[in-house]
Design a protein around this ligand. Structure first.
Ligand SMILES: [Zn+2]
Length: 170
């Protein structure tokens, strides 16, 4: 074993980024939210959903299983590329947003966790947008620098050439 390997073996191992499967939790959260919504708005009883909510829920669940983001997907009500179709997405978001307070009472931990995930998504998006604008600024500055260099360079190359020719003459 080389010295470096020894040092490496002594250092704490870097944790692999854990790929959490978010889908079961999200499905549970959505199902419960639908339940609360349907009970209050469609007068259903217990855990049963009305036919309309059942249909919407099955659409949503099918789409989640095929989510292009995979198991590490963002939460659906914060997704930038919702895949439920426009009508279903609107209905879905209405349901998810409509009874947050009720959800907080009936399933506090789940609602708080979902809220945290949603805040996390907002934060990640903001950071990404910030990075993008920073990158844009950088490229703009690079372009500006290139332009100004291009304006300067003919003179400087000429003067260099002159200097060279002078040296040759000597
Ligand atoms: Zn319903």
């Amino acid at each position: 074993m080389g010295f470096l390997d020894k040092v490496k073996s002594l250092l704490p191992k870097r944790k692999e980024p854990d790929l959490k499967n978010n889908i079961p939790k999200e499905k549970e959260n959505i199902r419960k939210t639908f339940g609360v919504y349907c009970r209050t708005n469609h007068n259903t009883e217990g855990d049963k959903l009305c036919s309309k909510c059942t249909a919407l829920l099955s659409t949503v669940f099918t789409k989640i299983s095929r989510c292009p983001y995979g198991i590490n997907k963002p939460i659906c009500d914060k997704c930038e590329t919702p895949c439920f179709g426009e009508k279903a997405t609107n209905e879905f978001i209405t349901i998810m947003n409509s009874n947050q307070r009720k959800m907080l009472f009936s399933h506090p931990m789940m609602t708080i966790k979902h809220k945290m995930a949603s805040i996390g998504m907002d934060y990640a998006k903001r950071e990404r947008d910030k990075k993008q604008t920073d990158k844009q600024k950088q490229t703009e500055e690079k372009v500006k620098a290139k332009i100004s260099n291009a304006m300067k360079s003919p003179k400087s190359s000429k003067s260099k050439a002159k200097a060279k020719s002078k040296k040759k003459k000597k």
